[in-house]
Design a binder for this molecule. Sequence first.
Ligand SMILES: Cc1ncc(COP(=O)(O)O)c(C=O)c1O
Length: 500
Amino acid sequence: MLSRLSARGAVAAARPGPFSSAVKGRAFATSARTQASAKACTDYLEPTHLDDSIPADVKAKLAKHASVTLNTYARPPFILTRGKGLKLWDSHDREYLDFSGGIAVNALGHADEGVAKVLQDQSRKLVHVANLWHNEWSGELAHLLVQKTKEFGGLGYPAGQAEANGKAEDGGLKVFFTNSGTESNEGALKFIRKYGKHVSAMRNAQGAEKGVAAPTDEKVEIVSFRDGFHGRSMGALSATWQPKYQLPFAPLVPGFVPATMNDIDSINQVVTEKTCGVILEPIQGEGGILEAKEDFLRALRKRCDDVGALLVFDEIQCGLGRTGSFWAHGSMPVDCHPDIVTMAKPLANGVPIGAIMMKDKVADVIKLGDHGTTFGGQPLQTRVAHHVVSRIGASSFLSNVSSVGDSLKARLANVHALFPRLVAGPPRGRGLILGLPLTRDEYVQKVVKLMRERGVLVLSCGRQTVRFVPSLIATEADVEKVVDVLESSLVVLNRQEEGL
Ligand SMILES: Cc1ncc(COP(=O)(O)O)c(C=O)c1O
């Protein structure tokens, strides 16, 4: 697909002007669209889903709800009532194409038949029992996650060596289930603190033998990265170095150290003997779809090993198939791999669940009673997650994510070529976690709104970026529609900017 698109220079040279309406009226034939890429699509200049055409009953319902709901989200004035695949409908049956994927959650799309079937079946058998007892599905899901990690690569297991990596029951990895991404990171932060104390204690014991015992509480610092996002509870927020999230709630948890991603030279200053762990997203999602480079991850991994710190990858947004690999880091060499991976969003396609997967050396320092949860690992959500992971963790599913993601990336690169004044650069990211940087902050919300008013839902994220994290079942036709609407929206924005 990539090769079918012109290079930027060729597109720029071929086009008479970016906003020609030469393609108006044509159907969404993939080949027709990609080859006609020298001109922006103008099929969607007219809005179909205007925010200010709210029916009276919707207005009344929203007012009723607003009177009793804590207002922390700026929501547009419609009420979503049902979905199917990538489509959503509001209470007045207006249809939307959802390229937000519930913020990277609905991996298998809305109202998936398989998910609905296991949900219904399990809800009739057993929804919840205390974690004081075993249930049928928690251990099965842990087993499947470990098996898929060994099959596709991650957490020290190389990709493409499934046989040598062995079976889940051979050991090496352990899983703890939670209820959300934030809670997964909270657990991981606790585990690295406990590990740091263990390393200190070991060193202290060795030192005592030589008569040079040191305090055991020295190894408590946690390094995390600017533009990262790890959640909004006090611990996860302390690792989230974005002033807009942190400042209203300061003071935060002590011991957190900010760092800059991809700055190899700073690693030795920020990761020291006092560091018990480092947490980062291999692809920063909320921060703007910013990828950690392989040589940076290798240097970070080595420094963690040198000082006896753990490395945690937050793959809550970028993991579980989104990049076209099972784990975002899975396709990288093992000398870039972490000791712990946190996950959540797509794990049960929208049924709340999270998990922490760790190497045995981490699990070995966590003892009975050290951590717990009421809802984590219950039979309903773990059975649904087992179904979801079985489907995501198939080579054909993952390669489809890669190829649809390549098509989207190619068309977004072409959008950059068509609108150099509005679009700041080529798309960032891989698979179906992509971001298109715009030239001005305010353009992002304008584009998101213009697209929504044409029936397509996309997201913003940090650094002036429009974010595309659709369901992983998105098709080439979905990509065509989304980018056509994006192009039309940019034509409208350009006209607004020129005062036309
Ligand atoms: C990378 C990352 N970590 C953590 C979180 C927090 O997850 P949750 O909202 O499920 O608590 C998010 C949510 O957007 C995320 O993208």
